[in-house]
Write a protein that binds this ligand. Sequence first.
Ligand SMILES: [Zn+2]
Length: 255
Amino acid sequence: MPFHDYKDADDFKRLAGYEIDGFWYPRVTKIVEIKAKPALYRFYGNLDNFEAGEKIKQQSAAEGTLLHETVEAIMVGKPIEVPPQIAPAVHAFMDFAEKRGIHVDKDYVEKRLVNYEERYAGTLDAIGMIDGRVGILDIKTSQAIYRDYALQTSAYLAAMRDRVDGLETRWILRIDQDQVCVKCKSHRRTKGGTEKIRLARNAKAKTCVHEWGPMEGRVELQEFPYWHEDFAAFLGAKKLWEWENEYWLKKVGYN
Ligand SMILES: [Zn+2]
């Protein structure tokens, strides 16, 4: 949600930014939160109450973080045990990375970055090489690839392109898992302790008494090569975010 009540200046500093070499910078993921997300409001609207939504969101985020951390550990070659509840997604990622020839630079996994000129900081997931090109690789565990991701990754690309040779593009790598009905091919996704069924587009699906197959991993890679307009929009979002947080920004001496 864009509106956020912080306890005090330290709370704001910690949650909304990064302190780097004695200077404080707003955080990319906080800045992009300023943009309204109609899909999120629809999600809340379909629930009994706000608290129910918060609970689902938190549990879903925890599951996403686990998948995220596991994939990053694999990227840097850290020996890990794959948690059984996310094994289908993790194995799908490993197969995909090998087949597509995704090469990740270990020095740029979960890497802190700063744009001194535009004054923001962030943490990128990875910088990778795919088909001989170098780009920001952002991992998402959502059920789809949303256009909003382009704002965040444009900020990463703008901050890193002078520091990484040949850095020219961005990819969203979406990793997820779900089940398919063996009778009608509808999909069932279980996340945050709730299930979401996406009905197949056939006559049978509406009345089908579903019979779910095994949990299967899903991986999707999408490139967003044209980043300049996204970055201009990101800077616009940053302006608006600064306006909304003027009270706190003054308190922490950001001006
Ligand atoms: Zn079915």
